[in-house]
Write a protein that binds this ligand. Structure first.
Ligand code: HEC
Ligand code: HEC
Ligand code: HEC
Ligand code: HEC
Ligand code: HEC
Ligand code: HEC
Ligand code: HEC
Ligand code: HEC
Length: 448
């Protein structure tokens, strides 16, 4: 495997740079059974030394990481050329090493120097490619974030910083943001830090630390379902909740503490664990499959949007995705079990599409007849329609996909049925009376 060879060579190169001086200073850091030949450069040691005082938490985290054991330090990730668009100087560097430039931002471009395969796969995934776009450029969501949820519609002045607060504390922290810089090249305007689809001034796309939290960057942490839970949760995509409800999640919660989490990449196999986590199904090497950082690779359906369609183009290759996902299951389940499972799931997608297509037909008919309000958030039909696909519909589909029966049914299809019946009533009333009813009967927080 090419990337393993590259990793090995990198490891050897970096190891030769590791020093005796270093192991004397940090005895508990001396890599096991590895002869230390040469040192961190003087500059690299200065960063570590001073930062052990100014940011001891960061140095402690890093000290215990595999990368520290391999001689990768602050210097390798945070020092940038003077002409980098992100070049600035930290307080300490300014005083003690004026020729050196640093950046608090570390984009995938930096990781790519040593992990080209992971970065290439990751950059093809929706995590790097699509996740940032609603927050950064899609006009539809700009309106939602600032004018609506940011309070401008209710009189909040556009120039008031508070109108940005929803984006900064919500959407941005999951989806990512385009990092903006001040005149000293430090990140500004609360555009940093940000979530998985962050865009960096050096052209790097995506944020590796959402799963590999700094500065320990543990592989074991990324393999646990909690690595995904900050974002894949809540009323509109309750994936972690579904996982905890599933048979797999039950085993994880019951005995996960005893499983082996730190096996080498591609060598983490059944036996180390009894049931799969999010990473096992969507990313890890298992059986004949290799690890992938492209989470779209093993998916068939796009369930995030109004109508479920088989993935194509930048969303992935759905037919191929299904084959790969089945290969994951086949490590622990039989062919008949797996086929039955996916038949039921595809059928649930079909049932959901049936409801949503009928609702769409009503919506289009009302639109044609001028029986929709311009402001869809004041129009019960449109508000309910939103809850139908975005909340209940995603819950039903994800529950069916990942063995969460309560989400497939009570939080899912049951709610879809209720919402659909209300949609029908409103539709019939408007058609019969030729006008829009005066007041909104919709629950303000939405169906759950
Ligand atoms: C493997 C690369 C890597 C190494 C090694 C590394 N960092 Fe970082 N560091 C990062 C990444 C990634 C971030 C998050 C950047 C982002 O969100 O854009 C970060 C963020 C930071 C931040 C800003 C965030 C905060 O919490 O204030 C500081 C300060 C920092 N690192 C200091 C250090 C120090 C000191 C060392 C050495 C002991 C170090 N880093 C080693 C990758 C690294
Ligand atoms: C003499 C002490 C000292 C040295 C040497 C030093 N730093 Fe810093 N560094 C600081 C202080 C102080 C801060 C500010 C911490 C704060 O804001 O609380 C800082 C902040 C940072 C930050 C956060 C972003 C920023 O620009 O404020 C990064 C990243 C960083 N240093 C990296 C490095 C790297 C890489 C080196 C080695 C090339 C280094 N530092 C050397 C003292 C030092
Ligand atoms: C200068 C080279 C270098 C850079 C830059 C670098 N890494 Fe690494 N990284 C390594 C080496 C070498 C290893 C293997 C250590 C080992 O196997 O013991 C490693 C291992 C890892 C691992 C596996 C850790 C584990 O617990 O097994 C992760 C995750 C990782 N790096 C993430 C990152 C991320 C994210 C970045 C960018 C923010 C980054 N690396 C930047 C050299 C680098
Ligand atoms: C808790 C984290 C989180 C927050 C906060 C969040 N999202 Fe999302 N969003 C997600 C996740 C995860 C998905 C993927 C849903 C799925 O496929 O299960 C998603 C999906 C989407 C999609 C559909 C995917 C696409 O590319 O078309 C859009 C659009 C979107 N979010 C916009 C927003 C906007 C705008 C905000 C703020 C008003 C926001 N999100 C807040 C996590 C979040
Ligand atoms: C969505 C979560 C997620 C993101 C984002 C992510 N990783 Fe990973 N990463 C993982 C998981 C899970 C594994 C463990 C795979 C396994 O079981 O072998 C892993 C493993 C690794 C490894 C160990 C070698 C390997 O390929 O298995 C490296 C190196 C690594 N990641 C680097 C990166 C870099 C660099 C980025 C950013 C470009 C990144 N990761 C972004 C989840 C993530
Ligand atoms: C910081 C937030 C965040 C974390 C952490 C995160 N994701 Fe995501 N994920 C997102 C967002 C946002 C999207 C929606 C991307 C889009 O389609 O625009 C997404 C989409 C996905 C998709 C569907 C791809 C698509 O086309 O919509 C999968 C599968 C996925 N994530 C799996 C994972 C797994 C597995 C983990 C943990 C190992 C994880 N994610 C961690 C935010 C996150
Ligand atoms: C047993 C394997 C398995 C586990 C464990 C698992 N998933 Fe999934 N996941 C699937 C399958 C199967 C699908 C549907 C694939 C398809 O479209 O055919 C899916 C779909 C998804 C999607 C796509 C949703 C969309 O909008 O299209 C996301 C996001 C996702 N999973 C995230 C996660 C997260 C986060 C976890 C952990 C909390 C997780 N998964 C755990 C198998 C799994
Ligand atoms: C690492 C092994 C492993 C993998 C991989 C795995 N599973 Fe499982 N799965 C289990 C175990 C163990 C159970 C618990 C069996 C029991 O209920 O006694 C289970 C239970 C289930 C159940 C509940 C069965 C029941 O009788 O209630 C479903 C459904 C399921 N798995 C589907 C899948 C699907 C679909 C995939 C692939 C996307 C998959 N599993 C991948 C180990 C695995």
């Amino acid at each position: 495997m090419r990337h393993r060879t590259i990793l090995l060579i990198t490891t050897l190169v970096v190891l030769t740079l590791t020093t005796i001086a270093f192991s004397e200073k940090y005895p508990n850091l001396a890599p096991k059974k590895i002869e230390l030949k040469r040192g961190y450069t003087e500059e690299a040691l200065k960063c570590i030394d001073c930062h052990a005082k100014v940011t001891p938490g960061i140095v402690e985290d890093w000290k215990n990481s595999r990368m520290a054991h391999a001689g990768v330090s602050c210097y390798d990730c945070h020092v940038v050329p003077k002409n980098s668009p992100m070049a600035s100087q930290c307080e300490g560097v300014k005083k003690t090493m004026p020729g050196i430039y640093t950046s608090p931002m570390v984009s995938p471009k930096t990781c790519e120097r040593c992990h080209p395969t992971e970065v290439e796969q990751f950059s093809k995934s929706a995590h790097a490619k699509l996740a940032g776009s609603p927050v950064i450029e899609n006009p539809k969501y700009q309106k939602l974030m600032y004018e609506l949820e940011g309070g401008i519609f209710a009189g909040m002045p556009k120039s008031d910083k508070r109108s940005l607060a929803l984006r900064q504390t919500g959407c941005q922290m999951c989806h990512g943001m385009k990092v903006e810089l001040d005149k000293n090249n430090k990140p500004t305007n609360s555009s940093w830090p940000a979530g998985v689809g962050t865009r960096y001034p050096d052209g790097g796309k995506g944020n590796c630390t959402v799963c590999h939290n700094r500065h320990s960057f543990k592989i074991s942490e990324a393999r646990k379902p909690e690595a995904c839970a900050k974002c894949h949760m809540g009323p509109d995509h309750p994936t972690i909740e579904i996982y905890y409800e599933s048979s797999h999640g039950k085993l994880y919660l019951t005995e996960g503490d005893e499983w082996k989490w730190d096996s080498a990449p591609d060598a983490w196999e059944p036996g180390d664990y009894r049931a799969p986590t999010c990473a096992t199904c969507h990313m890890s090497g298992i059986g004949e499959l290799s690890t992938t950082h492209n989470v779209n690779e093993r998916l068939k359906w796009d369930m995030a949007h109004v109508k479920s369609v088989v993935r194509t183009g930048e969303r992935g290759d759905g037919e191929k995705g299904r084959k790969l996902m089945k290969k994951v299951c086949s490590n622990c389940h039989s062919g008949v079990f797996i086929d039955n499972y996916f038949n039921k799931f595809d059928s649930a997608i079909g049932l959901y599409n049936f409801y949503v297509e009928k609702a769409q037909t009503m919506l289009e008919d009302l639109k044609k007849r001028g029986l929709l309000k311009k402001d869809k958030w004041k129009d019960p039909f449109q508000e309910l329609y939103y809850f139908l696909w975005h909340h209940a519909g995603r819950r039903a589909r994800q529950g069916a996909a990942m063995d969460g029966p309560d989400y497939a049914q009570w939080h899912g299809f049951f709610q879809i049925m209720l919402i659909y019946k209300d949609l029908e009533d409103i539709y019939n009333w408007r058609i019969k009376n030729g006008k829009i009813e005066p007041l909104s009967p919709v629950m303000s927080t939405g169906a759950y």
